[in-house]
Design a protein around this ligand. Structure first.
Ligand SMILES: [Zn+2]
Length: 177
């Protein structure tokens, strides 16, 4: 997987992110391209730009990924890439795996992104009680998730998971997060 190095505004290296997420940060004007692969370009529906090897944040951020990122609803949607944990379609709501009415809390491991339909169907039940299966269990945010949250970037709903990389000698390459 092609990774891009992220520098803070102060040039301090922070993390690596997937190419897809690097493109999101640049497109949303959260970061500048410092170095690009010569001759290679990223192409997708609304994107045509050099393939970034190194990007630098426009504003200095205190990045929380040495500690645990604080839980938030937006954070859960970013972590889960706005995909429903039950059906994989676009998610706009947060589901408590163990409902709050049964003692479940606002934690990373007890919340998932869910589409409104599945959230409504599951109601105040656990997945087992509702006869529903999660596609993957919830997890603590990765450093790349924490970085997106820290800089306030949206996770690029408009971008495909796979970005085409074109240019001399380019091989089709994955850019998953
Ligand atoms: Zn769903």
């Amino acid at each position: 997987m092609r990774q891009t190095l992220v520098l803070n505004a102060s040039y301090e290296p922070l993390s690596t992110v997937s190419l897809r997420r690097a493109v999101v940060l640049v497109m949303q004007r959260k970061a500048l391209v410092e170095h690009a692969h010569p001759g290679l370009r990223v192409r997708a529906a609304a994107v045509d730009m050099p393939v970034p090897q190194v990007i630098r944040l426009r504003r200095f951020v205190k990045v929380p990924f040495r500690q645990r990122a604080p839980w938030s609803r937006r954070g859960v949607l970013v972590r889960d890439r706005h995909r429903c944990a039950y059906c994989g379609r676009r998610a706009t709501t947060i589901d408590h795996v163990v409902p709050r009415s049964q003692g479940g809390g606002d934690t990373w491991l007890n919340t998932v992104a869910a589409c409104a339909e599945d959230n409504h169907r599951k109601a105040n039940r656990t997945p087992a009680q509702a006869g529903m299966r999660m596609l993957a269990p919830p997890f603590e945010p990765t450093p790349a998730d924490a970085l997106l949250l820290a800089v306030g970037a949206q996770d690029g709903d408009a971008l495909p998971d796979w970005l085409a990389v074109t240019g001399a000698g380019a091989l089709p390459e994955a850019a998953s997060a």
